[in-house]
Structures are given as structure tokens and as C-alpha cells.
Design a protein around this ligand. Structure first.
Ligand SMILES: [Ca+2]
Ligand SMILES: [Ca+2]
Ligand SMILES: [Ca+2]
Ligand SMILES: [Ca+2]
Length: 436
């Protein structure tokens, strides 16, 4: 009996506490966005200025409780470059470990919560800022709260991504992706799909291919370069809980021991997406040296991808990846597409490409599903659902050009599931802040 009374007393206390909490709840979360990284820049959180980073924490209100959510602060130095570490542990572009105008707070839209009144915030904080995210399509909203404390806070809860430097390998909630450590390759050659229950596919990737072929003027010479001619040196990294960052210096071997101008890019690996930019510095107009030039790029899968289906925004009826080119596959519409996907019991991957407007060129679908095709260099002869792009780069002019590959890893893909992933770029979340 006594235990029951204690139990009842505690239950009443809990209900009273919950009511107190509910009364401080101002507005229910309506936003449905999950996979968008939310980046809040320092200048919109001015009240936190000079706060040591170890005293900043992110909260949100979900299911009636107000609690910490995973977040990451990426500091930028005076030049706006994100502070990372070199592989031997030396700070690269270090900042001051305090919040300032060009530092970034990053978290995932999935962690947004309800709006709360100021009195629902935990005591002991020195400053608080409400972060409001709005879906510009639906007008739906969600909130998070960035708090500065007077003392160091404990490490945040959980992480969505891990980066293993020694293996040059990313392990995220929804995928694993591996490079070739020590070999200075620009491309990844391991891709494992996972759903949230931790079910892993085998590695389904042969390699990511990046190939240039040029017919030079005034000669019968054809120059071919492939991803093995691209040297990529990992110069820095950050193993953050929201996004892992790999900073690489890339250059292409041209001829006679000469390399192309090198470019530095940061690749970002999130819970269920990857942002993978490539910078191309061209010292000449392609048309001044070549009568014809093509760039072919895409993922060549391996037999572990057999049984998966390929589709894209121009070909919404899926075709079967089985190493054999069917009549449907030969008839695929090759016009430029917004997104493509490869889906199956192994898992799902959606890809899209962003090109800088300076890249004026012809482009069409590349799709070859032919296990007897020879396309060296490759780790496994044959093409399984090899898909991506063929670009006619003859018209590309001198200058610095950028293209960014995006990969998304939805769970149990069904037609239409690409929409929220496309919205990340096409209808970016609107973020506003309010000091409390
Ligand atoms: Ca800074
Ligand atoms: Ca700083
Ligand atoms: Ca086929
Ligand atoms: Ca192959």
C-alpha cells in the first residue's frame, strides 16, 4: 500500500510537472523536414558572441520534454575557412574556440521541436536564442534553442556520423563510404547502404568513375584521363557528430609530369546525405585545343547491386540492374534529368548534380548495364547499372568551375520519396533567430 501511495504521489508530481511544462509550450511543431542540415551563422546569434564553444548547447522540445539534441559548431577563421585538423593532428585554419560572427552552428532538421516560452528553458543559462525554421513550401515550422551557459557543458547526446581517419572511412546512420587510404585517390570505392535498423548491404560499388576524352586539333592524338590520373591528398578532416568533413587537394595529371592547377574542396558527410564538390580550374577554353571533348562520370556498381532498379526524373519506370542491357534500358530517355535513383532490397540511393552556371555544355544520361563491357581501369570488369552523365565539354571556357554531387540515402524508397530530398536544395529552409 505504502509503495502504491508513493507511486501515486510521484505520478501526481509528474503530472504537475508535465502541466507546468505544457503551459510553457507555445506552439506545436508542424514542420516535416528531416534530412536538411540547418546551418546557423554566428552573425545571427550575436548574443552568444565571445562565449567559449564548450559552454554552448542546443535543445529542442519534443514529446513534452525539453532536451539536448546533437549539434556541431564549425568555426571559421578570418578567411572564412572551416577549422579542421591535419591527419597528424595539427590545427589547420584554427580559430579561437569562441563563438563569433562567421562560425556555424549545424544540426539536422529532424531534431527541430515545438516552440516554448522562455520559462521552459533550463535554469543557469547566460543567454538563449530561439531558432525558427520554416518550410517555404508549406509554411510549416519547427524550433530549436541555442543556449550559452556560464560553465562548460557535458558532451552532446549521440552522433549521426563517424569518420575513421586511418581507414579513410565514413560510417553514418544510413550508409558507409570508403576511400583508399594512402593511395591519394579522389574517388570512393566502397558504398554500403543501411537502413535505420542497421541492416547493411554488401559493398555495391565498383568505383566512382570520372573520365575525360579529348581529340586534339592538328593531330590525330586523343587524350584520355581517368579518375586514377586525379591525385587527391587528404589535407584535413573533422569528425563531427552532425557532419564529417574531408578536405582534399585535387589535381589532374596532364602530360610530361605536369599537373593541372590544384584545387581544395571540403566534402561533407551527413546522417543520410553526402555533399561532394569538385572544382575544375581550366587555364584555357577547351575549344582552343580540342575539336571534341567529353567528360563521363558516374557510379559503376558491382554484382552485389544485381536486382536493384534504376530510375530517374525522365524515366520513372524502373529498369533492372542485372548486367544485361534490356530493350527498355536501350530505349531510356537520355535528356538531362534532375535526379536519379538506384533502389532495391540492398537499400536506396538518390543522386543529383549541381553545376555552376559557368559550365555551358551538352549533357545527357549515361547508363550501361552490361557485365561484358570492358572499361578499364576498374576494380571489377563489366558494368552493372553504371549510371551518371556524359558531358560534351568542348564549349567549356577557361576559369574555375564547380560541380557538386549530392547523394541521399532514403529508407525503403517508394516513388515520390525523392521529393523531400530535392526540397533541400530547391526550397531551402528559412532560418530566423530571436534572442530570448
Ligand atoms: Ca570565426
Ligand atoms: Ca570562433
Ligand atoms: Ca538490365
Ligand atoms: Ca566495373
Amino acid at each position: 500500500m505504502k509503495e502504491n501511495q508513493i507511486g501515486r504521489g510521484m505520478a501526481i508530481a509528474a503530472i504537475l510537472a508535465a502541466m507546468a511544462a505544457v503551459s510553457a509550450w507555445a506552439e506545436q511543431k508542424t514542420i516535416a523536414r528531416q534530412s536538411d542540415p540547418v546551418v546557423v551563422t554566428g552573425e545571427t546569434l550575436k548574443t552568444l558572441r565571445t562565449t567559449p564553444l564548450s559552454q554552448i548547447a542546443l535543445y529542442s522540445a519534443r514529446g513534452g520534454t525539453f532536451s539536448r539534441v546533437p549539434s556541431q559548431i564549425d568555426e571559421r577563421d578570418g578567411d572564412g575557412v572551416i577549422a579542421v585538423e591535419t591527419p597528424d593532428g595539427t590545427p589547420l585554419h584554427p580559430d579561437d574556440n569562441r563563438w563569433d560572427d562567421n562560425d556555424d552552428l549545424v544540426f539536422m532538421a529532424r531534431d527541430l521541436g515545438d516552440r516554448v516560452e522562455r520559462d521552459a528553458l533550463p535554469g543557469g543559462h547566460a543567454a538563449a536564442v530561439e531558432i525558427e525554421c520554416t518550410d517555404p513550401v508549406s509554411g510549416a515550422k519547427g524550433w530549436a534553442y541555442c543556449l550559452a551557459f556560464r560553465d562548460r557543458v557535458r558532451d552532446g547526446p549521440g552522433r549521426y556520423v563517424n569518420y575513421d581517419l586511418a581507414k579513410d572511412y565514413v560510417t553514418a546512420d544510413c550508409y558507409e563510404l570508403g576511400y583508399t587510404p594512402g593511395q591519394m585517390k579522389s574517388y570512393f570505392s566502397t558504398l554500403i547502404l543501411k537502413d535505420n535498423d542497421g541492416v547493411h548491404s554488401a559493398n555495391i560499388l565498383d568505383r566512382y568513375k570520372f573520365r575525360v576524352r579529348m581529340n586534339l586539333f592538328f593531330s590525330l592524338i586523343t587524350i584520355s584521363r581517368n579518375e586514377d590520373d586525379m591525385r587527391s591528398v587528404l589535407v584535413g578532416y573533422k569528425d563531427g557528430p552532425i557532419r564529417a568533413i574531408r578536405r582534399c587537394t585535387n589535381s589532374m595529371y596532364l602530360k610530361f609530369g605536369i599537373r593541372s592547377p590544384s584545387s581544395v574542396v571540403d566534402n561533407y558527410y551527413y546522417r543520410d546525405s553526402i555533399e561532394w564538390p569538385t572544382l575544375i580550374k581550366l587555364p584555357f577554353n577547351v575549344s582552343t585545343i580540342a575539336s571534341e571533348a567529353f567528360l563521363v562520370t558516374g557510379c559503376d556498381w558491382n554484382p552485389q547491386a544485381e536486382g536493384m532498379r534504376f530510375l530517374n526524373s525522365c524515366n520513372t519506370t524502373p529498369v533492372l540492374v542485372d548486367g544485361v542491357m534490356s530493350e527498355e534500358e536501350k530505349r531510356l530517355d537520355k535528356q538531362p534529368y534532375l535526379w536519379s535513383a538506384i533502389v532495391g532490397s540492398q537499400g536506396s540511393l538518390i543522386a543529383r548534380l549541381w553545376l555552376s552556371p559557368s559550365l555551358v555544355m551538352g549533357k545527357e544520361l549515361l547508363y550501361i548495364d552490361d557485365k561484358n563491357a570492358k572499361d578499364p581501369p576498374e576494380d571489377l570488369a563489366g558494368h552493372w547499372g553504371y549510371n551518371g552523365w556524359t558531358f560534351n565539354i568542348t564549349t567549356v571556357t577557361s576559369g574555375t568551375h564547380r560541380f557538386i554531387s549530392y547523394f541521399y540515402f532514403p529508407k525503403n524508397y517508394a516513388p515520390g520519396d525523392e521529393k523531400p530530398y530535392l526540397d533541400i536544395l530547391d526550397h531551402p529552409l528559412r532560418v530566423s533567430t530571436r534572442a530570448l
